[in-house]
Design a protein around this ligand. Structure first.
Ligand SMILES: NC(=O)c1ccc[n+]([C@@H]2O[C@H](COP(=O)([O-])OP(=O)(O)OC[C@H]3O[C@@H](n4cnc5c(N)ncnc54)[C@H](OP(=O)(O)O)[C@@H]3O)[C@@H](O)[C@H]2O)c1
Length: 309
């Protein structure tokens, strides 16, 4: 879709973005407000106990409404009066919230990347005029496969090593049981976190993914595909999102997670070289939202409107 069509498409629309304090959602929000100042309303989900705290985490203007919430909770923890209003108004939902830590505690990763995705879907189904739910996933749901990998939806219960069946309910139960056991043994917070990280790594290895992040993002995709019914769902699978290329200025970069570690090391003069294979292709996204929403990374169900700026 041409960028002018997208700008027109966004005119007068009410958009709800989760993960609003995260890198990607900030770039998206900036871009929407810059290219289409006549967007009707932007609801931004901010993890905060109440609306006053949410506002404190956000510099408010008249188009932008910070909403206090947590995707790990039913209805994302949004109070029912506001939720009803949002459900009447929202045209587009972008679910960018996630825990992006590769070795996250298994309980947190399941609550956020799996159940969180499901809560966003349930909320979306209650929005009377919703045009689409756009869920940001990751290219690495494919695990460590090599060669040409086609963008296909993950089947519910599919395991990467193909050995048996992945049961998301069983994974949830395992977490609950492990947490109860730790509680019974009066484990400290630190011990709980460590045990949950180890449990995540064990489950990941069993099912064939490289880390807890990509495994739980995969389960999130599976649940969405399984429960979506006739909802317009788009799943985006970016590779590594690194920085902006030109807009709103070159080199907007945040965090130190993947490639950015090398860049910071190089920028500070600490890292003079990085070893690599001559034939290795490093796939990173360096553009403000343009490449992220390009077709190769998109899996879609039913007919979709692609947000390609
Ligand atoms: N960055 C990449 O290279 C990359 C690559 C591929 C895909 N992705 C996907 O792109 C999306 C955005 O990534 P990002 O780089 O912007 O991540 P990020 O900077 O780590 O931001 C994550 C956002 O999610 C929020 N969040 C986490 N748990 C939440 C919860 N329970 N309830 C509500 N909000 C919650 C965080 O809020 P707090 O500020 O409160 O923590 C933060 O706003 C994610 O879905 C990620 O999987 C990222």
């Amino acid at each position: 879709m041409e960028s002018c069509c997208i700008e027109q498409f966004l005119e007068g629309k009410t958009i709800f973005i989760t993960g609003a304090t995260g890198y990607l959602a900030k770039i998206l929000t900036e871009k929407i407000l810059r290219v289409q100042p006549n967007v009707k309303k932007l609801y931004l989900l901010i993890r905060a106990p109440d609306s006053i705290s949410a506002k404190q985490r956000f510099n408010n203007d008249k188009t932008v409404f910070p909403v206090a919430g947590d995707i790990a909770c039913n209805s994302m923890g949004i109070n029912s009066e506001l939720k009803d209003e949002m459900c009447r108004e929202i045209d587009i939902i972008v679910n960018s919230a996630a825990t992006t830590r590769f070795d996250e505690s298994y309980d947190t990763a399941i609550r956020t990347n799996v159940l969180g995705a499901m809560h966003v879907l349930k909320f979306s189904k209650q929005c009377s005029k919703l045009m689409m739910l756009l869920h940001v996933s990751t290219a690495y749901v494919c695990g460590e496969k090599e060669g040409l990998i086609l963008q296909k939806p993950l089947n519910y219960g599919e395991m990467l090593n193909g050995s048996s069946h992945l049961d998301i309910d069983v994974e949830q139960k395992l977490v609950e049981e492990a947490l109860k056991d730790l509680q019974d043994r009066n484990a400290t917070e630190k011990e709980v976190t460590l045990a949950m990280r180890v449990l995540g790594i064990e489950r990941v290895r069993l099912h064939g993914w490289p880390n807890t992040y990509s495994f739980t993002k995969s389960m999130g995709e599976m649940l969405l595909g399984h429960l979506k019914e006739d909802l317009q769902l788009i799943i985006l699978r970016p590779t590594i999102i690194l920085s902006t290329y030109k807009e709103p200025f070159p080199g907007w970069i945040e965090g130190m997670r993947t490639m950015d570690t090398f860049i910071v090391g190089y920028g500070k003069g600490k890292q003079k070289l990085a070893m690599g294979g001559r034939e290795t292709i490093t796939d990173v996204v360096c553009e403000s939202v343009i490449c992220i929403y390009s077709v190769p990374y998109v899996s879609w169900y039913k007919s979709v409107h692609l947000l390609t700026f």
